[in-house]
Design a protein around this ligand. Structure first.
Ligand code: NAP
Length: 259
């Protein structure tokens, strides 16, 4: 018996089998959840076969920058599933030129784009899902430590993640009385399509594994397993939190070079 038997999950942000959203999908599926997927138009060819591998029949296009797309997909998800127990937001975007060089050079348009797609979309999706979210349901998003401390080239995405983490707390406060929980996982650096847009990402991973107490990078399975826990009844008392799946990296202060 799985810990998510009988639950339905709607997942945004699976592009390929390296996506963190894919690690989460596999873990939710393993624990018995029935899954529905959303993809951006350009990636249907890669996303659809993955979704079908986990038995999904609800696979729909949605650009989270479009209120019309969001309203349409939530309506269809409601018709398909009746109610939703788990909403996974594994989506982020910033222009490539804003993920290199100096943060001070970020344009107004680049800033607005990053904050809209990477942060406001969580509000928009949650808002539109509300009529279908069951009591005891769970909303989950993904963040990164670059929200708290400066990470080279992460730039505007760090600012978007700071806003996203704050958004998690405000949503948790609003929706707690309805029994809806809202949390974020702060994952260590994982090589994905989005991550490859950050200049110097290979170096991030290398220095991360040298500093983190567990001395290794995390995997999409590590994140997926924590996601399954957070979305299940075992985490009924947890909301508004940022949970670190980062080999302990975030606890470190001063680091001395290894012998
Ligand atoms: P990924 O596989 O590239 O996933 C990012 C997803 O965002 C893609 O599925 C992408 O769809 C989707 N997306 C972007 N703009 C969208 C839009 N306007 N509408 C709908 N979907 C859109 O990369 P990932 O690393 O797994 O990212 C998932 C989440 O984890 C992100 O929030 C990311 O910031 C976070 N995170 C990643 C790391 C890491 O090191 N990889 C660490 C901590 C947190 P398309 O491919 O179709 O554009």
């Amino acid at each position: 018996m799985g810990t998510l038997d009988g639950k339905t999950a709607l997942i945004f942000g699976v592009s390929n089998d390296h996506s963190i959203g894919w690690g989460i999908s596999q873990a939710l599926h393993r624990e018995g959840a029935k899954l529905g997927f959303s993809y951006q138009a350009i990636n249907e060819k890669r996303a659809r076969p993955l979704a079908e591998r986990l038995g999904a029949t609800f696979i729909e296009q949605c650009d989270v920058g479009s209120d019309d797309d969001i309203a349409a997909i939530m309506q269809r998800a409601g018709d398909h599933f009746g109610q939703i127990d788990i909403l996974v937001h594994a989506v982020a975007f910033a222009n490539r030129e804003d993920l290199m060089g100096r943060f001070v050079d970020t344009s107004r348009a680049g800033f607005a784009m990053a904050l809209d797609v990477s942060c406001y979309s969580l509000v928009a999706l949650t808002q539109a899902a509300l009529p279908y979210l069951r009591e005891d349901s769970s909303v989950l998003t993904l963040t990164y430590y670059g929200s708290e401390k400066v990470a080279p080239n992460y730039n505007v995405m760090g600012v978007a993640k700071a806003a996203l983490e704050s958004t998690v707390r405000y949503l948790a406060n609003d929706l707690g009385p309805q029994g809806i929980r809202v949390n974020a996982i702060s994952a260590g650096p994982i090589r994905t399509l989005s991550a490859s847009a950050i200049r110097g990402f290979r170096d991030y991973q290398k220095s991360f594994a040298g500093i983190a107490p567990l001395r290794r990078n995390v995997t999409i399975d590590d994140v997926g397993n924590t996601a399954a826990f957070l979305c299940g009844n075992g985490a009924r008392g947890i909301t508004g939190e940022v949970v670190y799946v980062d080999s302990g990296y975030n606890i470190m202060g001063m680091v001395t070079p290894e012998e």
